[in-house]
Design a binder for this molecule. Structure first.
Ligand code: 5GP
Length: 204
């Protein structure tokens, strides 16, 4: 029997750089995880492509996906829906490949409930003040949205205890190195390795 892949969930507070770390990870040629492209009702930003960055959906389409049970998790974040397609995740894991989700914390909590054997990584800012600089420095959001994002972030930081590992986003490169090291360690877990050998020997 083929060994299943890992479900790797990268989450963390708004503005911490989850998207940037994820992009860098998938730009690195030695990254072997499969990225699960999310669904969203947010409008595409400049340069974003449907089916590459997100699957862009209308609210009606998204709500139909929820009803049909097509999402592993979903959340409403700053006025838009975001969600993870369940079939893709299950199929890819069954094929023995590691699947990588980059999602906000409400979604991560739902995945933890449905898929407790996943590997949950919390991307943490070096400090709250730096988080604030990053959010304000982004410059694309109105004052209201910034305030909302900051409030959400404070709440999210308190949620760290739901996770298996905390990866401090000191530099993008070191965050990526840490994530890969954690995934490698997870593959070396005694339970996984022993199971593989026992399967090979066909010992019960
Ligand atoms: P953005 O609009 O900046 O691309 O993403 C906003 C937030 O939504 C980010 O924190 C991102 O991690 C999160 N996000 C992206 N895809 C998903 C998803 O499928 N599910 C959930 N719950 N959050 C997502």
């Amino acid at each position: 029997m083929k060994e299943k892949g890992l479900l790797i969930v990268l989450s963390g507070p708004s503005g911490v750089g989850k998207g940037t770390v994820r992009k860098e990870l998938f730009d690195q040629p030695d990254t072997t995880f499969e990225y699960s492209i999310s669904m969203t009702t947010r409008k595409p930003r400049d340069g974003e492509r449907d089916g590459v960055d997100y699957f862009f959906k209308s609210r009606e389409e998204f709500e139909a996906l929820i009803k049909e049970g097509k999402l592993l998790e979903y959340a409403e974040f700053v006025g838009n829906y975001y969600g993870t397609p369940v079939d893709y995740v299950r199929q890819t894991i069954e094929e023995g490949k590691d699947v990588f989700l980059e999602i906000e914390v409400q979604g991560a909590r739902q995945v933890r409930e449905k898929f407790p054997e996943g590997l949950f990584l919390f991307l943490a800012p070096p400090s709250l003040s730096e988080l604030e600089n990053r959010i304000v420095g982004r410059g694309t959001e109105s004052g209201d949205v910034i305030a909302k994002r900051l409030q959400t972030a404070k709440e999210e930081i308190e949620m760290m205890d739901l996770y298996d590992y905390v990866v401090e986003n000191d530099t993008i490169e070191s965050a990526c190195d840490k994530i890969k090291a954690i995934v490698t360690a997870e593959h070396c877990k005694r339970e996984r390795v022993a199971k593989r050998y026992l399967n090979m020997l066909e010992v019960e």
